[in-house]
Design a binder for this molecule. Structure first.
Ligand SMILES: Cc1cc2nc3c(=O)[nH]c(=O)nc-3n(C[C@H](O)[C@H](O)[C@H](O)COP(=O)(O)OP(=O)(O)OC[C@H]3O[C@@H](n4cnc5c(N)ncnc54)[C@H](O)[C@@H]3O)c2cc1C
Length: 224
């Protein structure tokens, strides 16, 4: 929904008017300092609302750039980096400071707690699930999130001709669609029925209807 609204606002070139309205309507300074650890959607959202309430907000991020999974997980074809940059730009224009490449450890947290009125920990909580079977450490075997992170960071990943994706959630389908974009022939292996696949239905439909298309149409579809 946010993406749909944002796309239409960009199309109508109304984003500056909207962000200027937010800046004008910021509440008076409270002189309260708030530190946020993590610049993923949770940290950025908190920063956006806290800045509008008149607080002085600094976000500390371990990665080289802000965005969390939005930048280092969700593929470019679903969330273009230019859109993410615009969204983060709006938050910066509200006066939020974002300090990247700053991983906060226990001592760092103590310092923030002493120097700020409040600290919001927004470090994310995802965890890769392993299959618990032999061979998981072999060359060419990746976790879905690690694979997507490498692609998002611009690292070269060579998959070879055929890729098997184990699992059928949204991360699995993101990885499958990304692997197809890299030119690999992809098969998803899932322990239950196709109808039970937990990924969004649109994504499954997109993926499963591809082989029936001509190669020219398929390549065109993959680019969009
Ligand atoms: C491949 C993939 C696709 C997804 N697709 C969707 C989708 O389409 N729709 C949807 O709603 N959700 C989706 N999700 C889930 C969504 O991305 C997460 O729910 C969301 O990112 C959680 O936000 P967060 O801010 O809590 O954590 P994160 O996005 O993980 O951000 C946490 C941030 O904290 C930073 N950090 C961690 N530790 C420290 C530290 N000690 N010091 C400083 N910084 C630190 C990290 O570097 C990171 O930038 C997807 C997830 C994945 C993996």
């Amino acid at each position: 929904m946010h993406r749909y609204i944002a796309d239409n606002i960009y199309k109508a070139k109304k984003e500056n008017a909207i962000i200027n309205k937010f800046i004008r309507e910021k509440l008076p300074r409270t002189n309260k300092k708030i530190a946020i650890i993590g610049a993923g959607p949770a940290g950025l959202t908190a920063a956006f609302y806290l800045a509008r309430l008149g607080h002085s907000v600094t976000v500390y991020e371990a990665a080289p750039e802000a965005g969390g999974i939005l930048r280092y997980g969700i593929p470019q074809y679903r969330l273009p980096k230019e859109v993410l940059a615009k969204e983060i730009g709006f938050i910066l224009r509200l006066g939020v400071k974002i300090v990247c490449k700053r991983k906060i450890d226990t001592d760092g947290l103590k310092k923030l707690a002493a120097g700020f009125d409040a600290v919001f920990v927004a470090t994310g909580a995802y965890k890769n699930m392993s299959l618990g079977i032999p061979g998981e450490g072999l060359k060419g075997v990746w976790s879905g999130t690690k694979f997507l992170e490498k692609i998002a960071a611009g690292d070269k990943v060579s998959l070879g001709k055929k890729t098997v994706i184990i699992g059928a959630g949204n991360v699995a389908v993101d990885a499958a669609r990304t692997a197809m974009r890299l030119g690999s022939e992809v098969t998803i292996v899932y322990r239950r029925d196709k109808l039970d696949m937990p990924a969004n239905k649109e994504e499954i439909h997109f993926f499963t209807r591809l082989p029936r298309l001509s190669s020219a149409t398929r390549n065109k579809t993959l680019r969009t």
